[in-house]
Design a binder for this molecule. Sequence first.
Ligand code: KE4
Length: 413
Amino acid sequence: MTVAASLDWRERAAGLFPGGVNSPVRAYQAVGGEPPLLVRGNGAFVWDEAGRRYIDYVGAFGPLLLGHGAVAEAIATAAALGGPFGVTSPGEVRLAEMIRMRMPSVERVRFVNSGTEAAMSALRVARAATGRDLIVKFEGGYHGHADSLLVAAGSGAATLSIPDSAGVTQSVAAQTLVATYNDLVSVEALLQAHPGQVAAVIVEPVAANMGVVAPLSGFLAGLRELSTRAGALLIFDEVITGFRVAPGGAQELYGVRPDLTVLGKIIGGGLPVGAYGGRAELMDLVAPSGPVYQAGTLSGHPVVMAAGEATLTQLTPDAYAKIEKESARLEAGLQVDGACVARVGSLLTLFFREQQPRNFREAKASDTRGFARFFHSMLDAGVVLPPSQFEAWFVSAGHDSSVIDATLEAARG
Ligand code: KE4
């Protein structure tokens, strides 16, 4: 495709979609410049319309733990069978059983079509189960764009400096209390100030939407204890960490059992998906078993289930070991002046600050202009990163030693 042709695509997109994109972070507003027009991917690589190859650390923002195209055959086979059928299909059962085997806390699960839908629904279950209205989230935590969660939000909301979205009413926002990540005192203070009123504490067990910020030792166990003591449910948003940071997600890695878990991304292998699940007596509150209504035309779509099943099947112990080895090599080799690396498994962020942040306030103090310069130097060198200091780099099984070496070479500039 010629440059003129790609300009045409951009002009047409600008006239069709807000900001020319279907999700804000893709607009490159935080880093400037125009995103490449990517048309193909395979493994760790993507190609633009001019045939230029890039090493990809966006990985669709998390789903592609196996790399691009890894489950294309499973998708094609399932698509050829027609459907969806408007009744439960075998693929839904198989994927749900794989999830439960890896995350025993998820005794019952409901598939939906996005992480947003999953988080929104989990909150509804928590409010129904406790009869309480308030929720606690963390500054810089991102759980999708449901009204009550667009308060002090991370990811694209932080990138664009709109963590509290227009259109979210004051009355809805007032039911969301905001604590500081890695600060149990801030959580305890909110719970004590609102006795008997907090339905749930929702947390990204590894924060990845303020950049990657690991939980300090004892933080997650502390949330477990504080929530239980306050009669609130603990919700782990594992949309990013689920099946990435360990086969059983962060709840396996850190040994803390939430009451409800929110999932997405990897369980759809790159297709639109979400899921929420947890203790049977909680999930049996969901219609048609109970009074919490939640529904979705394409929930449990057989092609999506096949993509998720193929993904989890290919995530063998060897695959995890390989991803961990190369992620560790990337962390060790990334020496960039004025920057430090934060990593949990195959999630990594290069923060343009001296010390790894422990919360969003510290993450926001990063030199975002320095990040933008680095972002473009890497793009020019054929490495495409998530276009925000407040996103994670996603390493996949396709990022082999030669890819990591090429990345480190590009970072040396
Ligand atoms: P979706 O509704 O975008 O499928 O999932 C929302 C969501 C929920 N929970 C966590 C922890 C998430 O990270 C997300 C979405 N992640 C962002 C990337 N940080 C999606 C990228 C985008 O908004 O385009």
